[in-house]
Design a protein around this ligand. Structure first.
Ligand code: UT7
Length: 349
């Protein structure tokens, strides 16, 4: 059975740097609050009209494909992870396929938010191991700056998120002990509403106080998105930050240890842990819990904020560009977020 190795990595960060002090113009917050609670100093925002989640994904993909020494025409399958797609449907996978003039290959969209890239990586790994595909493009991309509440009302969320994209090209190898050693995926839907964007959606909770048995179909059609929802700011994400934090600091170490145990390894064997960049305090907590040295953990949330599905591939790419990952190194990826969903992957580079 072949295994899956990372043949190329790429990233794209929009040019516009937005500092914490820039946000003070719109939001009652301070640079010290943001830095103390999250570690974030600045983030990037995409160009309002000329950049989308797909265009950023394409830029990251082009770099990953080039570094893999392959071409867009050679890609067998696309997996695109995002929570901020260009359209409600179709997904960004087909938009990327069109933009890159790829063959009529399959394109899968993944909606697992912060752990989207881990889920995408795991799916790709199974396709390659089974022999179904040999050359898979996995992209994580987000344009958060278009869908957040940039008023004081939304400050616990809006100060955290940033835009950007990361990508990897995965290929098959017969070299024993190389590539993705294992992936581990989990979910707990009991907490789905603790970090969520409820609208637009088909749940109709907004209308729960109304007896809509008497509504005609045209009125029901309007339940999907109404003026009232917009007026009441119900089209923005909601997060119970403390509950998410408490769960994250338990599940991150747990799923990393699951991967290590599965492969007969220990935290000391990790050359580089790349955790999803949700909050620097969470990464530091995980580092402490697993007794990892500073050199074993890569963080860049200080400069990009939380880029959700893009954060792990951006960090992976940046660490690789800095020469921090070499052949034979053990790299651990881990993520936790909305759903809740979480996951990990161990890669022998
Ligand atoms: O990637 C997806 C997964 N997400 C996460 O992993 C996020 C996990 N959670 C967190 O990172 C933290 O909970 C936050 C950074 C989001 C918030 O930090 P916190 O220490 O949990 O703050 P809090 O929500 O408990 O709010 C504390 C205070 C509140 O004021 P009062 O009620 O104590 O007067 C908030 O209103 O801080 C206030 N606050 C702010 N103040 C200044 C909330 N946001 C801000 C802000 N600036 N941006």
């Amino acid at each position: 059975m072949p295994s899956t190795f990372v043949a190329g990595v790429g990233k794209y960060l929009p040019q516009q740097v937005v500092t914490n002090n820039d946000l003070i113009k719109y939001i009652d917050t301070t640079d010290s609050w943001i830095q103390e609670r999250t570690g974030i100093q600045e983030r990037r925002f995409a160009h309002r009209t000329e950049e989308t989640t797909t265009t950023m994904g394409v830029a990251a993909a082009q770099q990953a494909i080039e570094r893999a020494g392959t071409t867009a025409q050679d890609i067998d399958f696309i997996i695109f992870a995002t929570l901020s797609p260009d359209y409600y449907f179709p997904g960004c996978g087909v938009l990327l396929q069109r933009a890159m003039q790829m063959r009529e290959i399959g394109a899968l969209d993944i909606r697992n938010k912060c752990s989207g890239f881990l889920y995408a990586l795991s799916v790709a790994d199974q396709f390659i191991k089974s022999g179904m595909y040999k050359n898979i493009l996995v992209v994580g991309s987000e344009k958060h700056s278009f869908g957040l509440d940039f008023t004081t009302r939304g400050r616990n969320i809006s100060v955290i998120f940033g835009d950007g994209a990361g990508a990897v090209v995965l290929q098959a190898t017969d070299e024993p002990g190389t590539g993705i050693l294992s992936t581990h995926l989990h979910s707990d839907g009991n907490s789905a509403e603790l970090l969520a964007m409820y609208n637009p959606g088909t749940h109709a909770n907004h209308w729960a106080d109304k007896n809509y048995a008497h509504f005609d179909q045209a009125e029901i059609g309007q339940m999907f998105m109404s003026h009232q929802m917009i007026d009441e700011a119900q089209n923005y994400p909601y997060m119970d930050g403390q509950s998410v934090f408490k769960k994250a600091v338990v599940k991150f170490p747990e799923v990393i240890m699951e991967a290590l145990n599965k492969n007969g390894l220990t935290p000391a064997d990790i050359h580089l842990l790349i955790p999803h960049q949700a909050n620097l305090r969470i990464s530091q907590f995980v580092q402490q819990k697993l007794q990892l040295a500073d050199s074993q953990v890569y963080n860049n949330i200080q400069h990009y904020g939380n880029t959700t599905a893009a954060s792990v591939p951006i960090a992976l790419c940046e660490a690789w560009e800095k020469g921090m990952i070499e052949k034979g190194n053990l790299v651990c990826l881990a993520a936790f977020g909305s759903g809740f969903t979480w996951g990990s992957a161990l890669i022998r580079w």
